[in-house]
Design a protein. Structure first.
Length: 93
């Protein structure tokens, strides 16, 4: 299976198959792929967390789950509110 760039969807150059994105040898050869519209980000993030934590689904990695949760929270709360929330959590330690 050919590794593809997560940004533009084009195949990665030889020797760069281990990377997720173009950039080492040059920029993406095409514009970014359109973002998939997810109707309910928080529901999908909760389902992913349940899969990983309660079912033990190893097909979902910890970094992937972290990215899903981060995206859902920042899209729902906004970057500023998310940063404020993180600061409040750090202050509560």
């Amino acid at each position: 299976m050919t590794a593809k760039c997560a940004i533009c969807g084009e195949p990665m150059p030889d020797g760069e198959e281990m990377f997720k994105f173009h950039g080492y040898s040059g920029p993406c050869p095409k514009p970014p792929l359109p973002k998939a519209k997810i109707e309910n980000l928080l529901l999908e993030a909760t389902k992913a967390a349940y899969r990983k934590h309660h079912i033990g689904d190893d097909s979902l990695g910890w970094q992937e789950l972290s990215d899903i949760l981060f995206y859902a929270l920042t899209e729902t709360m906004g970057d500023g509110e998310f940063s404020k929330w993180l600061s409040e959590l750090d202050g509560a330690k």
